[in-house]
Design a protein around this ligand. Sequence first.
Ligand SMILES: Nc1ncnc2c1ncn2[C@@H]1O[C@H](COP(=O)(O)OP(=O)(O)OP(=O)(O)O)[C@@H](O)[C@H]1O
Length: 128
Amino acid sequence: MGRNRRSGFWRSLNQAWRGVLYTVRTQSHVQFHFVAGTSVLLLAWWSEVSRFEWLILIFAIGSVIGAEVMNSAIEIVVDMVQPNFHPLAGMAKDVAAGAVLVTSLQAAVIGIIVFAPVLYRFAVEMLY
Ligand SMILES: Nc1ncnc2c1ncn2[C@@H]1O[C@H](COP(=O)(O)OP(=O)(O)OP(=O)(O)O)[C@@H](O)[C@H]1O
């Protein structure tokens, strides 16, 4: 019983991971956000941000990538259910893309708040 439950857990994890890999392979927006997220983490490491800032940045990156993966799932379902043109199908995709936009704007604002002082200090050090 315990073993079955465990193998069920690993199977589910494997399937979820397969879903993430599928979106990374097929969706250029997801690839872009992975590259952007990695760049932000490298910048955070270089600028030695605080533990709290690490948490906020990781939360922001995870929110965007999570929204992207969910957006891809909705696109797949819409294409399966309504492969032809339909205003509601289009709206469903637009709304799903809107979720990505909201999380991306949130991440951009967080990035500005965290890195603006760091980049300002760096610019001042370079100039003087
Ligand atoms: N079946 C449809 N009926 C009506 N409008 C649609 C339909 N499919 C897509 N659209 C419109 O075209 C837009 C782009 O759809 P598409 O499926 O190309 O997604 P996308 O945002 O380009 O995603 P990606 O480039 O990541 O595949 C949608 O946001 C929607 O406005």
